[in-house]
Design a protein around this ligand. Structure first.
Ligand SMILES: [Zn+2]
Length: 288
């Protein structure tokens, strides 16, 4: 990967005599993105990764994100397989990020994926640690790689992106799932009663830790814990059935409803997976 170049070079396209550029489709997509908001990219830079084109400012951040995207791409390709890559847009302000991401909501997130693009929210991204930045970029590139014709359940969508995101991070489970572990230590959490009722969606105290595989309302009400629960669910599937089956489950859920996918790929009902995930998480997070 070379360093960042000025935007004019991207907009000019490659010279007719130049050899075919494997990034051509992504460069076209980047040009289209820039032309949608031409005023936003004055003085912007462009950096190329192997399967990513990063556009934005400042130049140092664009170069850094291209480097993070290169490493992320190796992880995503190893787990998911070949994919079309992503255009990563790095606007200067939170307002610009919100405009680019709409109708997706940026909220407090450091980045969001919409279709084949990743939008970085610069202020939130700047607050992340070096590991956190790598995790976020890998998470978003996973969303882009694994997007498909059908929406998968949110626990699988976000859990899988975090599964790939954290895979090479070296972070221990208690660090990644710190909020959930704290809630469980504080005595919250679905216990034996919830085990009996798992999957019914009734009487399990929605909002309590591990009450159910997290749903959109849980991500809205207690985002940290919901992401951790989703991550632990996908991590559990990979540990118990193998990473390839986790990927097969996700690919199946892009084609058919999630209950059918679970039954066909893992031989489990949602209620059974919920019970297994709950006991595994309780056991793992109970250990110091
Ligand atoms: Zn996500």
């Amino acid at each position: 990967m070379s360093g960042a170049v000025v935007l004019a070079a991207l907009l000019a396209g490659s010279a007719a005599a130049a050899p075919p550029d494997p990034l051509s489709p992504l460069l076209s997509r980047a040009r289209a993105a820039v032309r949608e908001q031409p005023g936003m990219w004055t003085g912007a830079s462009v950096a190329r990764g192997e399967h990513a084109v990063v556009v934005g400012a400042p130049r140092r951040l664009v170069t850094e994100i291209a480097r993070l995207a290169g490493r992320a791409d190796r992880t995503v390709t190893r787990v998911w397989g070949a994919h079309g890559g992503a255009v990563v847009l790095v606007p200067r302000t939170e307002e610009q990020a919100a405009l680019l991401a709409a109708p997706a909501v940026v909220g407090g997130l450091a980045a969001v994926a919409t279709g084949d693009r990743v939008i970085v929210q610069p202020a939130a991204f700047a607050r992340l640690s070096a590991i956190g930045r790598q995790v976020v970029v890998t998470h978003e590139l996973t969303h882009v790689a694994a997007s498909g014709p059908r929406a998968v359940p949110m626990w699988l969508l976000e859990g899988f992106a975090d599964y790939v995101g954290y895979l090479d991070s070296g972070l221990p489970v208690h660090a990644v799932a710190a909020e959930l572990a704290a809630d469980l230590r504080a005595g919250g959490g679905a216990g034996a009663d919830a085990d009996r009722e798992a999957g019914t969606g009734a009487g399990t105290g929605a909002g309590a830790p591990l009450a159910r595989l997290p749903e959109p309302a849980d991500f809205a009400a207690r985002p940290a814990q919901a992401y951790e629960e989703a991550w632990l669910a996908c991590r559990y599937v990979a540990a118990r059935f193998g990473e390839r089956r986790l990927v097969a489950l996700y690919r199946a859920a892009l084609r058919e409803d999630a209950d059918t996918a679970l039954r066909n790929v893992l031989g489990l009902t949602t209620a059974e997976l919920t019970r297994l995930w709950r006991s595994s998480v309780r056991a793992e997070l109970a250990r110091p």
